[in-house]
Design a protein around this ligand. Structure first.
Ligand SMILES: Cc1cc2nc3c(=O)[nH]c(=O)nc-3n(C[C@H](O)[C@H](O)[C@H](O)COP(=O)(O)OP(=O)(O)OC[C@H]3O[C@@H](n4cnc5c(N)ncnc54)[C@H](O)[C@@H]3O)c2cc1C
Length: 458
C-alpha cells in the first residue's frame, strides 16, 4: 500500500469491494447486496453516454430477471425492446433471417424464443437505482493499488487516497483496465487482430424487431461488418467493425470516424438512405482485442465481465457473459463468506468455465466468420447457420444445466473443447483446399498484425 500512515477518515470497511460500475460491476454489486453484504462500488466515470452492447442473445433476459428486472418490466419502462430474430445481409444485398423455431417455445422444451435490444443508458440508470436501493455505496474513485499477502487482497487504495478494507474483491474493471489480470500477471489467450468499432445512433422510421448484420466483402478476405440494432422506437445503433490495421490505413487517407462509418453504410441501400437523412454526428469509437484470461479467481477475489473475458461483439454474448460471471461470482462469495476464502476446486471450476466459454465463442467466430476459408466453402448464409446452432445451444444448455461444481464444469467444458476441435479440423481442411487469392490481397501489415494476434497469448 502506498501510504502506511493513513488518516482514519480515509479508511473504509466493507464486506465486498466491486471495482467498476459497468454492467458486470453493477450486476455483481446488486447480487452481493441482495445476499446481505455491505458493498462499495468504485466507478470513476460520471457519464455513461456511449455504451455499446445493445443486442442480447437468448440467455440474457433470464439473467436480468435474476436481478429483479423482468423482460416485461424492461420493455414497459422503455429500457428494452423485443428482438425476435437476427438478419444476415450478404455483400450483394441478399438476406436471410435466423430465429429459433416456434416449436421450441412449446412443451417439453419451453424455451424463451424472444430476447431483447437494450437502450444501454436507460439500462445503466435502472441498475444504478437498483444498486442504490439495495444499499450499495458508489464512490466516484478509481482503484489504484492493492495490498496483497499470499495472493489474498487485503485492501484497495483509491485514486483519492482512500483505503478500503474488505473481505472480498470483485474486479469488473473492463477490458482496457483488466486490473487484477495485470496485477497477478495472469495468462491470456487472444483470438484475431485488434479491431476497431465506430458507431452512432440514427433516426429511422422503419422499425425492425431484430438485429441486422451486414457482412462486408470480398468473400475471400478477413471479414468486416456493420451492425444495425434498433434500441428504441425511431432510433437504431449502427456500427462498423474492422481490423485496426484497416482503420489505420483509412485514417491515413484523411478519413474521419464519421467518413469511415458512412462510407461503409453507403454500400447497402437501407443504410445509405439513413446516412442521406442525417450523417453521423461525432460517432463513438473503441478498439478491442478478443481475449480471455485464465485463473480468474483467487482466494478472496474474482474477475468478472470483460476484465475476465472479452468476446467479439458479433457473438452477442458479451452481456450474457458479464451477467453470468456476476451471478456466479456473487454466489461463490455468499456461499463462502463465513470461511473467508473460496475453496481451491470452486476457484478452478469458475476459472475453467470463464476460460472455456470465452475460447469457445471467440474461436468459433474467428474461424467461421472472420477468416475466409470456411466462409468461402459454406457461403455467408451457410456460415451463419453453422455457427448459430452450436452457439445458441451452448447458451441454452448452460442456462438449463447451470454447471457450478467441478464435475459439471469439466463435463460442460469438455463438450465445448470437442466442438472447438471439430471446428479447428474443419477450418484446417478448408484452409488446405481454399483458394489463396484473399491472402495475397492483404497488405503485409495486416498479415503481420493478424499472425501476431492469432499466435501470441497476451
Ligand atoms: C463495440 C462493441 C459492441 C458490443 N456489442 C455487444 C452486443 O451487441 N451484445 C452483447 O451482448 N455484448 C456486446 N458487447 C459487449 C458488452 O458491451 C460488454 O460485455 C458489457 O458491457 C460488459 O462490460 P463490463 O461491465 O465487463 O465492462 P465495462 O462496461 O467496460 O465496465 C468497466 C467499468 O470499470 C470502470 N473502471 C475501469 N478502471 C477502473 C478502476 N481502476 N477503478 C474503478 N473502476 C474502473 C470503467 O470506468 C467502466 O465503467 C460489445 C462490446 C463492444 C466493444
Amino acid at each position: 500500500m502506498a501510504d502506511e500512515r493513513r488518516d482514519d477518515k480515509t479508511e473504509l470497511h466493507a464486506d465486498a469491494v466491486v471495482i467498476g460500475g459497468g454492467l458486470a460491476g453493477q450486476a455483481a454489486a446488486i447480487h452481493l447486496a441482495r445476499g446481505g453484504l455491505r458493498v462499495i462500488c468504485l466507478e470513476p466515470r460520471e457519464s455513461f453516454q456511449q455504451i455499446a452492447g445493445e443486442s442480447l442473445d437468448w440467455s440474457a433476459p433470464q439473467l436480468f430477471d435474476q436481478l429483479g428486472l423482468t423482460m416485461e418490466d424492461l420493455v414497459a419502462s422503455g429500457a428494452a425492446t423485443l428482438k425476435r430474430h437476427i438478419t444476415v445481409v450478404a455483400p450483394d444485398g441478399s438476406r436471410q433471417e435466423y430465429l429459433p423455431g416456434a416449436w421450441l417455445a412449446e412443451r417439453p422444451w419451453n424455451v424463451e424464443i424472444r430476447t431483447l435490444h437494450l437502450d444501454r443508458i436507460q439500462m445503466h440508470n435502472q441498475l444504478s437505482r437498483s444498486a442504490h436501493a439495495h444499499g450499495v455505496m458508489t464512490l466516484r474513485e478509481r482503484a489504484a493499488e492493492f495490498e496483497i499477502r499470499n495472493r489474498r487482497i487485503l485492501a484497495v487504495a483509491t485514486s483519492k487516497g482512500r483505503c478500503i478494507r474488505a473481505s472480498w474483491i470483485i474486479d469488473a474493471s473492463g477490458a482496457s483496465a483488466s486490473l487484477l489480470g495485470r496485477e497477478f500477471n495472469l495468462k491470456s489467450i487472444a483470438y484475431g487482430p485488434r479491431k476497431v468499432a465506430v458507431w452512432a445512433h440514427f433516426r429511422t422510421e422503419n422499425w425492425v424487431e431484430g438485429t441486422t448484420l451486414y457482412l462486408l466483402g470480398p468473400a475471400d478476405e478477413y471479414m468486416e461488418w456493420i451492425w444495425e440494432i434498433p434500441i428504441r422506437p425511431g432510433v437504431s445503433s449502427i456500427g462498423y467493425v474492422a481490423p485496426g490495421s484497416k482503420i489505420k490505413i483509412q485514417r491515413a487517407r484523411g478519413l474521419t470516424n464519421g467518413d469511415l462509418l458512412s462510407g461503409q453504410m453507403r454500400k447497402f441501400a437501407r443504410l445509405n438512405s439513413l446516412v442521406n437523412d442525417g450523417p453521423p454526428e461525432r460517432p463513438a469509437v473503441t478498439s478491442f482485442l478478443c481475449r480471455t484470461y485464465s485463473g480468474v479467481c483467487g482466494p478472496n477475489w474474482i474477475i468478472v465481465g470483460e476484465a475476465a473475458s472479452q468476446s467479439d461483439p458479433i457473438t452477442g454474448n458479451g452481456v450474457t457473459a458479464a451477467l453470468r460471471h456476476a451471478a456466479e461470482a456473487s454466489s461463490l462469495v455468499c456461499k463462502n463468506r463465513h470461511r473467508a476464502r473460496i475453496p481451491v476446486l470452486a476457484r478452478a471450476a469458475y476459472s475453467m468455465r470463464v476460460l472455456e466459454i470465452g475460447l469457445f465463442f471467440n474461436s468459433l467466430i474467428e474461424k467461421f466468420f472472420y477468416q475466409y476459408p470456411l466462409r468461402a466453402r459454406l457461403g455467408f448464409f451457410g456460415t451463419a447457420r453453422t455457427y448459430t446452432v452450436p452457439a445458441w445451444l451452448t447458451n441454452l444448455l448452460y442456462s438449463r444445466m447451470r454447471p457450478r461444481r467441478l464435475l459439471g464444469s469439466v463435463l460442460f467444458c469438455s463438450a465445448m473443447v470437442a466442438m472447438r476441435l471439430v471446428t479447428w479440423a474443419a477450418f484446417q481442411l478448408s484452409r488446405f483446399f481454399a483458394p489463396r487469392a484473399g491472402k495475397s490481397r492483404q497488405s503485409d501489415d495486416e498479415r503481420k498484425e493478424q499472425r501476431r494476434a492469432l499466435h501470441t497469448p497476451r
